[in-house]
Ligand binder design. Sequence first.
Ligand SMILES: N[C@@H](CCC[C@H](N)C(=O)O)C(=O)O
Length: 261
Amino acid sequence: MKIPFYKYQGTGNDFVMVDDRNLQFPVSKEFIASICHRRFGVGADGLILLQNAEGYDFRMVYFNADGGEGSMCGNGGRCVVQFAKDLGLFTDTTRFIAVDGEHEASVDGDIVRLKMSGVKDLERYDEFDFMNTGSPHYVTYVDDVTEVDVVNIGSEIRYGSVYGPKGGTNVNFVEVIEGNHLSVRTYERGVEDETYSCGTGVTACALSAHLRKGWVSPIKVETIGGSLEVAYSKNSESGFSDIYLIGPAVKVFEGDLPAGS
Ligand SMILES: N[C@@H](CCC[C@H](N)C(=O)O)C(=O)O
């Protein structure tokens, strides 16, 4: 038996998509990791199953490249919305459910506008900020993001004594380009490497910049894989709502997976 798959990318964060409305996908950590492997598999930062969900257009089930079920993935969310539209599950706007709750999104050509979960209790420290935008994110500022050893410094923080025992964190390095405009590089937990873009990370960086720089929504963010925009409302000292992650999500490939076990 072969399993049809589709590959999508959102600012270079790439995902294998499977239409699993019949719940036939053989979920196993080893199988998913082998599909995501960049040398021995299709190659991807994660795998997403699209399933039925009562009361919603669909359910998004997200696995990181290491095969483990992840927390929310912003770029993956934008890609699965484009996938659902390609499957004919909605026309312009959709509501779906993911691990962090309900999401709404709209599509205009390649551009997907995804409503993210609200953020509360953003933690501010002298050297960094920490928050959960659907996934946990550490945000620190640097003068020149191109000079940062993202993998080594990122993995030290991800596995370090503060966040390591709590399940780890994604780690973002931010350079201010000008007012309302950032450049971000991210070490991603579960990929255990730098990715070309991280949607929940970009969201965290924009909210952090709002608090630290006094900028107003929307904030533009450059990643290795392209540009994203984050729009939001501030609703308390350290809380935000109506957060939208906006940018391109496109299909790049399709094929068949050998059925795994
Ligand atoms: N690439 C994702 C982030 C995925 C979640 C993360 N790797 C984790 O499990 O912590 C995004 O676009 O948000």
